[in-house]
Design a protein around this ligand. Structure first.
Ligand code: ADP
Ligand code: MG
Length: 291
């Protein structure tokens, strides 16, 4: 076959939820994912954006065989998700972190919780402790290892959940709105942890979110609406399209919006501004030019 398969790839993926009546006849069909083709290379940081109900979670659940395609195909590291023989291999390759940290923590001591995944995989005890230590250090929670998870903040709990996935040594972590239930500090902790794992451990990241400021560091962004990919590109090319994003009920980061409004008023600013630093630099340059 001519074209090389990516590390994670969905090709023309369709997912339909079907509702049945009391006689077992299909009463209603909801096409939640509609012809989605996405390629992710190993080590990429990919973000998927979209308003509520756009199909993000349904798509994510295809990446580790929680759901199987109605039509189309998904491959994870060359394994087709429909192939039952590869179920555990796929789940170990692509770990999933969900929205609610409270539903993901099971043990009453943090280090036991993080060790639960590798233990289930049959990893030898010595190796489990080594992995727990490495994972807790990677998310900056090592000093809490003997604590109970109960008193942690939401951000800390989510970092423990990420450590639990890391301890299974996945090549990829999929995070489905991991910051939706967190305060701004918790959100920052989780996003910087995710970036660090990507940069330092070369873990492939697929981050699903509707917070625009969380995707400015992504290599590639997909925007979903009504089950379809409607925009695709780098954060810089995506955030240029302020009006299009609004159509999909998404906001650009505050600083991008501000720069966009100033540019509309006639100020000579760059076409896209993603960070405060960029805006300050651009404004300083303007001022120098005027003097
Ligand atoms: P998002 O994560 O972007 O909010 P979802 O994938 O959760 O979107 O939902 C996409 C569509 O699929 C929505 O219309 C939603 O109501 C529907 N949906 C999600 N889960 C189910 C389910 N288990 N059964 C039936 N419909 C569902
Ligand atoms: Mg969702």
């Amino acid at each position: 076959m001519g074209n090389k398969m990516s590390f994670i790839e969905s090709r023309n993926l369709v997912h339909e939820y079907k509702r049945h009546d009391e006689n077992g006849n299909i009463e209603q069909v909801n096409r939640a994912v509609d012809d989605v083709s996405i390629s992710v290379e190993q080590g990429d940081f990919v973000a998927i954006l979209g308003h509520n109900g756009s199909g993000k979670s349904t798509f994510a659940k295809h990446l580790n065989s929680i759901l199987l395609p109605t039509e189309g195909t998904v491959w994870v590291n060359g394994m087709e998700t429909r192939d039952e023989d590869h179920l555990w291999d796929i789940r170990q390759t692509a770990g999933m972190v969900f929205q609610n940290p409270d539903n993901q923590i099971i043990a009453s001591v943090i280090e036991e919780d993080v060790g639960f995944g590798p233990e289930n995989l049959g990893v030898p005890t010595e190796e489990i402790w080594h992995r727990v230590e490495t994972a807790l250090k990677a998310v900056g929670m090592y000093e809490y290892r003997t604590h109970s998870p109960n008193k942690l903040s939401g951000g800390q709990k989510q970092r423990i959940a990420i450590a639990g996935i890391m301890a299974m040594k996945p090549k990829c972590i999929i995070l489905d709105e991991p910051t939706a239930m967190l305060d701004p500090n918790g959100r920052k902790e989780v996003i910087s942890t995710v970036r660090k794992l990507n940069k330092e451990e070369n873990v492939t990241i697929i981050l699903i979110t509707h917070y625009m400021d969380e995707v400015i560091n992504a290599d590639h962004v997909y925007v979903m609406d009504h089950g379809k990919v409607v925009m695709e590109g780098t954060p810089r090319t995506i955030f240029k399209e302020v009006e299009t994003l609004k159509k999909y009920r998404l906001d650009v980061p505050q600083v991008t919006e501000l720069a966009y409004e100033l540019r509309k008023q006639g100020m000579k600013l760059p076409e896209v501004v993603l960070t405060k630093e960029e805006l300050v630099n651009a404004l300083t340059k303007l001022e120098k030019a005027e003097n």
